[in-house]
Design a protein. Structure first.
Ligand SMILES: [Zn+2]
Length: 217
């Protein structure tokens, strides 16, 4: 059984799912938030998945792939997504140029309605980051090249916030938490991080940390 799930926490993260330990499974699961240790009941929902055809243009060529989407996903023309068939090692970041639902072309559709996605290959991806700040969790994003590696335990700058990466949810659904593991951006579903408030002494990066601090120094 699952011993770790991502669900919302009524205390510290009512909107964004964050990692929880499952204390009791079954019909009425009880979980404990890894951020604030609040114990609460939850619903662990089963999402449907769909294999959707994607036609990707790259320069002069175009090729066909499939991607796995879930019933939770609504897509729009101009959205950036990562095409991932869940089997091969290769994934393709694209910009959606058209969405087909049967005979119709839609500007916006739920994954369940889509028959074909048309897209243009792009090099950069937007990585979602859930940042635990004090008592709240905030959704942030960072745009990076698809091959850019995020390393668990390391610090990153997102806009003006300095964060430390704690866990990385990978596209295949697994959750990595081992310090030092590096994962390329294009394979990441979500990063879980905490805000870095002050430098930790003895890490040998004092000057750099102070520089990154901004106001108040
Ligand atoms: Zn919590």
């Amino acid at each position: 059984m699952n011993d770790e799930v991502e669900v919302v926490c009524p205390v510290c993260s009512p909107k964004i799912a964050v990692p929880h330990d499952v204390l009791k499974g079954g019909q009425n699961p009880v979980v404990q938030c890894q951020e604030c240790e609040n114990v609460h009941p939850t619903k662990i929902e089963k999402v449907k998945t769909f294999n959707v055809k994607v036609i990707i243009s790259k320069g002069e060529e175009s090729f066909t792939q499939t991607t796995i989407l879930t019933s939770e996903e609504d897509l729009m023309v101009e959205d950036e997504i990562i095409v991932d068939d869940g089997e091969s090692d290769e994934v393709f970041p694209i910009l959606i140029t058209a969405i087909e639902s049967g005979e119709k072309r839609l500007k916006k559709a739920n994954a369940s309605e889509i028959t074909t996605i048309w897209g243009r290959a792009i090099d950069e991806v937007v990585v979602k980051i859930a940042v635990h700040k004090g008592r709240n969790t905030e959704a942030m994003h960072k745009r990076v090249p698809g091959g850019y590696e995020f390393i668990i335990g390391q610090e990153e700058k997102v806009d003006k916030t300095k964060i430390r990466i704690k866990k990385i949810k990978i596209r295949d659904g697994s959750l990595e938490s081992k310090t030092g593991i590096a994962i390329p951006a294009k394979f990441i579903k979500r990063i879980f991080a905490e805000e870095v408030f002050r430098k930790s002494w003895g890490e040998g990066k004092t000057q750099w940390s102070m520089k990154g601090k901004g106001k108040g120094w």
